[in-house]
Design a binder for this molecule. Structure first.
Ligand code: PLP
Length: 460
């Protein structure tokens, strides 16, 4: 399907190898290069295989933290580039709120709105996931205050006070988020992020409520009662937080990604929707990591069967740009309330246009469901064969994970896997997460499972 895609992983050096380490030394003089796994040969990488500068060919089921929908150098993207389909976006980067090219309007209409979640009438584009969340929170505050003022315009006192950070009422406004949640690192979204101290230490934060996330235990049928109780406890805490008043929004990931691939049931999310509606609080579904097809649907929340859609849905990563979809009522009445210079990126949006065409043409969402089922079955097999190492295989589509007995073993398994050609990622304290491209096929799944098992059994 992807011409010239390698047939399997090939490792020639330690990973990272000497060429990567030399680049890290150079790079590290100017930027923090300590987090870099390898330096990638962007031209040679193909499909599901990342080729690094040492010539190692790694099967990549992490894909730049879940950001590469069609794998590397997909022929349709390269052809579009060579055929000049993106030329209109190549010569300058516009301020899209000032002088957008007509081609961009086509993309909003035919790409972004084509895959909009049901019930969403508007889309705001920005660049990253944290900006998506940041602006969705602002839209929720704007709608909340508009309602509180009964639709009346702000008073001159409000306008003067806001410049002094002393606007009546706003200091009390709150956003509810969940333990273990991750919503970004800028100062607004960071107050809703609860996954790890490293993200939050030393930064001033809003004093917003945090509630427990159910974090279903797996296998689900063996833990049905515990999971039901955890969901009930969480919903009680949500309701108490909403009853306290002044809550403009509740934000939740369909599956907590960074926090450790923690799940909850569709019933739980339906209850959240009901509670937020009852209390007049915006229901923000953060699909930055789950969105864009990885769960076998464009949007993970489509699996919940909501009677009423979410109020706002944030996205980034596989979508190539950041942004949020929202319902009409969250579209501000005045211009410039939600605004920045770039308001997205037309070149990346044009690339998304090709991605959407290929996903539809090649039936990639179905394929993700099939590959995901195979991956999950394989992870169950791995757990059965190595219960001392692995537990709790779980996933929706290819958005999958498995737990390892402890954090240090997890890190050693990931390191050992990379040495034999598998690039996977960690999440939470001791999970391994799979975030492959949508072009993952059976043979990649099998290779991934084989490499992971070999890595685990190779540990001293
Ligand atoms: C659910 C979720 N929200 C927000 C973000 C922040 O996105 P970004 O790193 O693009 O700012 C992430 C990033 O991992 C995420 O997983």
């Amino acid at each position: 399907m992807i011409p010239d895609e390698p047939t399997h992983a090939v490792v020639r050096t330690a990973v990272p190898g000497p060429a990567s380490e030399a680049l890290r030394a150079r790079h590290g003089r100017y930027q923090d290069a300590r987090t870099v796994h390898v330096y990638q040969d962007a031209r040679k990488s193909r499909g599901n295989y990342l080729v690094d500068v040492d010539g190692n060919v790694l099967l990549d089921v992490y894909t730049h933290i879940a950001c590469v929908p069609l794998g590397y150098n997909h022929p349709d993207l390269l052809k579009s580039w060579h055929d000049g389909r993106f030329d209109w976006a190549a010569g300058f980067r516009p301020a899209l709120g000032v002088a957008p090219p007509p081609e961009y309007v086509d993309l909003v209409e035919h790409t972004l709105m084509r895959i909009a979640p049901a019930g969403m009438s508007h889309v705001v584009t920005v660049t990253t996931g944290t900006e998506a969340v940041e602006n969705a929170l602002k839209a929720a505050f704007i709608a909340f205050m508009r309602r509180r003022r009964g639709g009346a315009p702000p008073t001159p006192e409000d306008l003067a006070a806001c410049l002094l950070n002393r606007q009546a009422g706003t200091a009390a406004l709150k956003v509810v988020s969940f333990e273990g949640g991750f919503h970004g690192r800028t100062l607004g979204s960071l107050s809703a992020t609860r996954s790890k101290p490293v993200h939050k230490l030393d930064f001033p934060a809003f004093d917003w409520p945090v509630v427990p996330f159910p974090a279903s235990r797996f296998p689900l049928d063996a833990h049905a009662d515990t999971n039901r109780e955890a969901e009930a406890r969480s919903l009680e805490a949500v309701e108490a937080a909403l009853r306290a008043g002044d809550v403009a929004a509740l934000i939740v990931e369909p599956i907590q990604g960074e926090g450790g691939d923690r799940h909850a049931s569709a019933d739980f999310f339906r209850a959240l929707r009901r509670l937020t509606s009852e209390h007049g609080c915006a229901f923000i579904v953060d699909e930055v990591q789950t969105g864009g097809g990885a769960t076998g649907r464009w949007w993970a929340h489509e699996a919940w069967g909501l009677a009423e859609p979410p109020d706002l849905v944030t996205f980034s990563k596989k979508m190539q740009i950041g942004g949020y979809y929202c319902r009409e009522v969250f579209h501000p009445a005045e211009p410039y309330r939600i605004f920045n210079t770039f308001l997205g990126d037309p070149l990346r949006t044009a690339q998304l246009g090709v991605v959407v065409e290929v996903v539809e043409r090649d039936g990639l969402l179905d394929r993700v469901q099939r590959s995901g089922a195979r991956l999950l079955a394989g992870l169950h097999g791995l757990t059965a064969r190595h219960p001392e190492v692995f537990s709790a295989p779980r996933g929706v589509g290819t958005f999958a994970a498995i737990d390892v007995c402890d954090a240090s073993t997890r890190d050693r398994v990931l390191f050992a896997a990379r040495q034999i050609g598998l690039e996977a990622g960690g999440s939470g304290d001791r999970s391994i997460r799979f975030r492959p491209a949508l072009v993952l096929a059976d043979r990649h799944v099998d290779e991934c499972l084989d490499l992971l098992e070999r890595a685990a059994v190779s540990l001293p």
